[in-house]
Design a protein around this ligand. Structure first.
Ligand SMILES: *[C@@H]1O[C@H](CO)[C@@H](O)[C@H](O)[C@H]1NC(C)=O
Ligand SMILES: *[C@@H]1O[C@H](CO)[C@@H](O)[C@H](O)[C@H]1NC(C)=O
Ligand SMILES: *[C@@H]1O[C@H](CO)[C@@H](O)[C@H](O)[C@H]1NC(C)=O
Ligand SMILES: *[C@@H]1O[C@H](CO)[C@@H](O)[C@H](O)[C@H]1NC(C)=O
Ligand SMILES: *[C@@H]1O[C@H](CO)[C@@H](O)[C@H](O)[C@H]1NC(C)=O
Ligand SMILES: *[C@@H]1O[C@H](CO)[C@@H](O)[C@H](O)[C@H]1NC(C)=O
Ligand SMILES: *[C@@H]1O[C@H](CO)[C@@H](O)[C@H](O)[C@H]1NC(C)=O
Ligand SMILES: *[C@@H]1O[C@H](CO)[C@@H](O)[C@H](O)[C@H]1NC(C)=O
Ligand SMILES: *[C@@H]1O[C@H](CO)[C@@H](O)[C@H](O)[C@H]1NC(C)=O
Ligand SMILES: *[C@@H]1O[C@H](CO)[C@@H](O)[C@H](O)[C@H]1NC(C)=O
Length: 813
């Protein structure tokens, strides 16, 4: 009792020391931290390091990280969720059962400490930790009762190694995207299982490794005792490889000092750098910074000479090395950075070159620029001729495929997009001629009157020059065309529904059914028509007065909680759509947990069964279907009052009506399944093989995901086969998108329509459709055309420019 009568301040004093101890050493089960601007952290006993939430620059997002805590600018040395930052209120907890988890405010696990499987296949269990601690080395450990480590941050590195940390066989450091973007970047340091330490680039998102730009040469196949076993960063700041015979191979041999902090970081520009920072107590004032003491490779621009990958600067750029040994990236004239925030991500052409200039002369459309000492040693030449400066310059200007011509030692090397591994090397006596479309070419009217139109896109990232090639030379016909286009534009605008009409439409057009109605109509949900990502579809029959109508009843069973709230809104949006290439919604039922949609019945099955079936539709009807589906998508994306992203375009979702007109089904449902509160919980929608790369990255989902899926489907329509056919005799043909691009590159498109005589006799159209499809499946969403532009290109109203390689980071290109 006496204890409780103590005055409060004294009581607090008693508590304080134990509180501090528990903060600085052992972290007990049940402890947690919550992400906020002022959130506390768990510190190492010396106070050098802290573990906790690190706030991203100018953002309300946090990384679970470890950083140097005693220097003014927090420098992260480890982070868990770079690809997946946590929002305010997220929580990291050492759970009662000894696990370390990071959870979002609504309870989803964003990250957890999982056991890493060693190269020898042994996995250590993370469960059963008795406590955790942040050691003075900067290593965060989960400790079992027997003092062995269940998990340690040192074995799960991000982009940095600290003194006393080792990289084991198979271990990887990954660079960040940019200094402030902690998403996984393109570069990695990898201690290969055979003993070589390499720096290489990976092709995101699949993480395929390209040729190394640094190799330690510590893999001895003849005598494995001479092979590398681990990479060591020792206490005094030395970095070396220890071989199996315990000999060492020095990497960094600078003179260490106890008065410095050290770290070795694989920087976002691909250079592995060891840094030192004077320890604060010795340095006195805080005006210090990290200085590099060692780095490799010394010239990354030159070192990146593998055949694959894109060099250090990405495609269509060139790399120069500064006095500090750091690369800098520049775009060619006529190109701009594809991501202004990340100059290592390559450049895209401001205007896409047109290979069909019609009557206008190349010299009126393009300027030739010169860059001394610049070349692209690893970009394939499509032509090499002996020539002088003028000839080289001219021959590129007049060759529609040529983007750059390099003149070197009396030879002219013509290159087309994409350009890779561009470098400036003053020791090379040569120059590059670059073809740049004139900025005023878009309103250029040549003497014969052919007009260059610039199609408007919603995102103006890649204006594409297109020309009305349909129209011979007559200015009068051009004039008519422009009038026709204007009328069309006005008409399509008027077609759009005004939002105010929304509610009335629901009442007038849509029937509300009871569950019992539908149970009777489907005879107790007896005949199953198919299963989608939303639930099962049943056939049913309605008997309104004097007639019988077949219906398809979709029972939605996987709606998320948010989707539940949005059900009415979404049904409303779907109800307002009316287009001959969409399946029409007739009614709905919402009774407690029962959510059903009633559609008109499509008697001829799916496009999939038609395409992959035994009697394939004719080439002509296939191209017609491709046009019609594209029109349906234009309608969904641009012509209804709220744009609808389908998210799951594939032949299984295209139904055929009585007259074999293709109709898009399942649209408008994506939102019901998608909880877009936190992006992290957004499961990938869509179907493998048809989903765009945005889903795998932290990128906004736009209508361009449908364009991608449409592109894959278009190839399937052209070739009458599935995108992926594992059992293909010829392995190269297994993935349709890759194979078709290969054939396109080799100008052997006849191979993709081999047994289709009708198509073989119409190769111009086959090529045009393939080119459109390749534009659609560009990995970079901003390069994909809008569906409206797709329809123009399919119909031949505009010329299709030459598409670049769809996946620029891969060996396909
Ligand atoms: C941390 O916990 C372990 C096991 O309970 C104990 O042996 C050790 O003394 C603790 N260390 C500190 C500094 O409290
Ligand atoms: C931890 O994460 C892994 C994958 O990230 C997952 O497979 C596993 O189920 C998670 N463990 C727990 C306890 O949530
Ligand atoms: C490894 O060998 C290659 C080829 O001989 C050489 O170019 C490279 O410089 C060597 N790497 C090191 C770190 O010595
Ligand atoms: C670190 O490695 C260097 C080079 O092998 C060696 O000279 C030095 O003694 C090592 N330092 C420690 C503390 O082990
Ligand atoms: C590595 O560096 C250390 C310290 O500079 C030196 O003592 C040692 O001899 C070097 N080892 C080799 C194999 O070069
Ligand atoms: C700390 O970071 C800021 C912004 O990144 C930078 O301007 C400043 O120079 C840094 N200070 C030190 C001491 O490194
Ligand atoms: C390229 O980037 C520059 C600088 O951001 C900008 O001024 C220019 O308009 C861009 N060009 C195009 C065609 O987007
Ligand atoms: C290339 O040819 C064009 C057209 O003839 C000419 O105007 C230009 O000056 C030439 N450029 C160079 C760099 O020689
Ligand atoms: C476009 O600009 C070039 C010079 O940059 C000029 O020679 C040409 O006449 C211009 N064309 C038009 C149509 O303005
Ligand atoms: C980081 O880069 C990735 C990939 O370019 C991007 O998706 C993401 O939005 C960026 N994150 C931030 C915080 O800017």
């Amino acid at each position: 009792m006496a204890f409780y009568s103590l005055s409060q301040p004294f009581f607090l004093l008693l508590l304080l020391p134990t509180f501090v101890v528990s903060q600085t050493s052992n972290i007990t089960l049940g402890s947690y931290l919550v992400a906020s601007k002022e959130s506390p952290s768990w510190k190492s006993p010396s106070g050098d390091f802290a573990f906790g939430f690190y706030q991203l620059q100018n953002q309300d997002h946090f990384l679970l990280a470890i950083w140097f805590d005693r220097i003014p600018n927090r420098t992260t040395v480890w982070y868990a969720n770079g690809d997946n930052p946590a929002s305010q209120g997220s929580k990291v907890e050492l759970t009662r059962d000894g696990k370390l988890t990071l959870t979002s405010p609504n309870g989803l696990i964003l990250w957890n400490a999982t056991s890493t499987v060693d190269t020898d296949g042994t996995a250590s269990s993370v469960e059963g930790a008795a406590y955790a601690a942040l050691l003075d080395t900067g290593n965060f450990v989960l400790v079992r009762k027997d003092f062995t480590y269940a998990w340690e941050s040192f074995n799960n590195p991000a982009d940095t190694l600290l003194p006393t940390q080792e990289l084991k066989l198979g271990g990887i450091l990954s660079s960040k995207q940019t200094p402030s973007n902690y998403s996984r970047g393109r570069f990695q340091l990898h201690l290969l299982p055979k003993g070589n330490l390499v720096l290489d680039t990976i092709s995101l998102p699949k993480a395929n490794e390209n040729a190394a730009y640094y190799i330690s040469n510590t893999s001895d196949i003849a005598n494995s005792a001479n092979s590398g076993q681990r990479l060591v960063f020792n206490e005094s700041g030395h970095i070396y490889i220890v071989l199996r015979n315990e000999k060492i191979v020095n990497l960094s041999d600078q003179v260490p000092s106890q008065d410095y902090y050290y770290r070795a970081t694989l920087d976002f520009d691909g250079i592995l750098t060891e840094y030192a920072y004077p320890k604060p107590q010795r340095a006195g004032n805080a005006d210090q910074s990290w200085s590099p003491v060692w780095s490799t490779p010394s010239d990354i621009c030159q070192a990146m000479n593998g055949d694959e990958g894109l060099g250090s600067c990405g495609y269509n750029s060139y790399c120069t090395i500064g006095n500090n040994g750091r690369p800098s990236c520049q775009c060619l004239p006529g190109f701009n950075f594809s991501d202004p925030d990340n100059k290592f991500n390559g450049c895209i052409q401001d205007r896409i070159q047109d290979c069909n200039p019609g009557p206008s002369k190349a010299e009126d459309l393009y300027d030739m620029h010169q860059l001394p000492n610049t070349y692209w040693p690893k970009s394939a030449n499509f032509e090499r001729t002996q020539s002088n400066e003028d000839e080289c310059n001219q021959s590129c200007l007049y060759d529609c495929e040529c983007v750059v011509a390099v003149l070197k030692e009396g030879f002219c090397y013509k290159k087309k997009l994409p350009l890779t591994n561009g470098i400036v090397d003053r020791s090379v006596n040569g120059k590059a001629f670059i073809k740049v479309a004139r900025s005023n070419a878009s309103n250029f009217l040549n003497p014969k009157g052919s007009r260059v139109l610039q199609l408007q896109k919603k995102d103006q990232s890649t204006p594409i020059l297109v020309r009305s090639f349909l129209l011979g030379g007559s200015a009068f016909i051009n004039f008519l065309l422009i009038i026709a286009i204007s009328i069309l534009a006005i008409w399509s605008c008027n077609k759009k529904q005004k939002p105010s009409q929304m509610s009335s439409l629901l009442e007038s057009n849509l029937q509300s059914f009871t569950y019992q109605d539908l149970e009777e109509a489907t005879d107790g949900f007896k005949e199953e028509l198919g299963r989608g990502s939303f639930g099962i579809v049943y056939k049913g029959v309605l008997h309104p007065p004097h007639s019988t109508i077949c219906i398809a009843v979709k029972k939605l069973d996987k709606i998320t909680q948010e989707g539940e709230k949005e059900f009415k809104t979404e049904v409303n949006a779907i109800a307002k759509t009316l287009h001959k290439n969409l399946v029409r919604l007739m009614g709905f039922c919402e009774e407690g947990p029962h959510k059903l949609l009633v559609y008109e019945f499509m008697s001829n099955g799916t496009l999939a069964s038609l395409l992959y079936g035994d009697c394939r539709p004719t080439w002509k009807s296939r191209t017609q279907m491709a046009f019609e589906i594209a029109r349906g998508l234009v309608y969904l994306h641009e012509e209804c009052s709220i744009p609808i992203i389908h998210c799951d375009i594939k032949p299984q979702n295209i139904l055929l009506d009585d007259s074999f007109i293709p109709r898009i089904s399942d649209f408008g449902l994506a939102k019901l399944l998608m909880s877009n509160q936190t992006r992290t919980t957004t499961a990938i929608r869509g179907t493998k093989g048809y989903v765009a790369a945005e889903w795998f990255r932290n990128m906004p989902i736009t209508t361009k995901v449908d364009v991608y899926s449409y592109g894959v489907m278009l190839l399937e329509i052209i070739c009458c086969r599935k995108n992926y056919e594992e059992e293909r005799e010829n392995e190269e043909e297994a993935i349709l998108t890759d194979w078709v691009y290969d054939c396109y590159k080799e100008r052997r498109l006849d191979k993709v329509v081999e047994n289709d005589e009708e198509a073989i006799n119409d190769m111009t159209k086959v090529e045009r459709l393939v080119m459109v499809a390749i534009w659609c499946i560009q990995e970079d969403p901003s390069l994909r055309p809008s569906m409206r532009k797709v329809t123009h290109m399919l119909e031949g109203v505009v010329q299709v420019p030459m598409p670049p390689c769809p996946t620029p980071f891969t060996s396909l290109c």
